[in-house]
Design a protein around this ligand. Structure first.
Ligand code: G3P
Ligand code: MG
Length: 245
């Protein structure tokens, strides 16, 4: 069964990485969601693609200067559409609760926390803490561009499948060693320079492949025909129901 991941939630219809964007998934029959996680100064794990507030809220400044109590004053919806005024930056714990309630499977992308290794380490600790609340019936993949963080995550939570993210499907010369070091089950390449031959090579090496970000149904079908296992898309609502399992 192919996987269609609602990338940052239903991000074409609602502000990315908000509860509004994830709450919509069930009504469109989506089973898998992707979220980005990072950390606040007080250790709270939140959903945010960027390490600043500038693009997706009504504020500017670093995420790492905030604490949980600041979130109630920050609007994370009005930049997208007035319908979403009042949306907040959610905590990861809130998303775990929603995933349990809506029976959604999770791809948690651990962002390359730019606040340093100490905060990255805390991010891993607190993601693992929050994941304890995820219903064991939910499926889970943890991914990152920060492969060192993935090695450490896998050491602490070996039962969770991990995925190495790569910008550009050319990967790096030492991609095999990286995947082995992470004990990864998945390669998550960008849909740039991805060819049938590369898909076959990755599959022959024993990995499952989920490609980001695929916002074209024809391209998604081509990738699936090549053997790709899943795609991350902002338009999950437009995919045929056969892909939403
Ligand atoms: O996890 C797939 C994709 O989200 C990775 O890139 O920048 O959209 O987080 P980005
Ligand atoms: Mg992401």
């Amino acid at each position: 069964m192919k996987k269609v991941f609602a990338h940052r939630g239903m991000s074409a219809l609602a502000p990315e990485n908000t509860l509004a964007a994830f709450s919509m998934c069930k009504q469109y029959g989506i089973q898998w969601i992707e979220c980005d996680v990072d950390i606040l100064a007080d250790g709270t794990v939140v959903l945010s693609h960027d390490d600043t507030l500038d693009r997706c809220t009504d504020r500017c400044g670093s995420l790492y200067d905030l604490t949980l109590s600041d979130l109630s004053d920050i609007d994370a919806g009005s930049w997208f559409h007035d319908d979403f005024i009042g949306e907040r930056i959610p905590t990861f714990e809130q998303l775990v609760t929603l995933a349990n309630e809506h029976e959604l499977n999770l791809n948690v992308e651990i962002k390359s926390c730019t606040a340093g290794w100490e905060m990255t380490d805390k991010l891993l600790t607190n993601v693992i803490r929050d994941l304890e609340k995820l219903n064991p019936e939910r499926e889970l993949i943890v991914s990152s561009f920060n492969h060192l963080a993935l090695v450490e995550f896998k050491r602490r939570r070996p039962e969770t499948a991990v995925a190495c993210l790569f910008e550009d499907a050319n990967l790096w010369d030492d991609w095999c060693s990286i995947l082995e070091a992470c004990q990864a089950e998945y390669i998550h390449p960008e849909d740039v320079n991805l060819t049938k031959e590369k898909v076959q090579k990755f599959k022959a090496a024993g990995y499952k492949i989920n490609v980001y970000t695929v916002n074209d149904l024809t391209r998604a079908n081509q990738l699936f025909n090549w053997g790709v296992d899943g795609v991350f898309t902002d338009i999950a609502n437009q995919f045929p129901s056969k892909y939403k399992k």
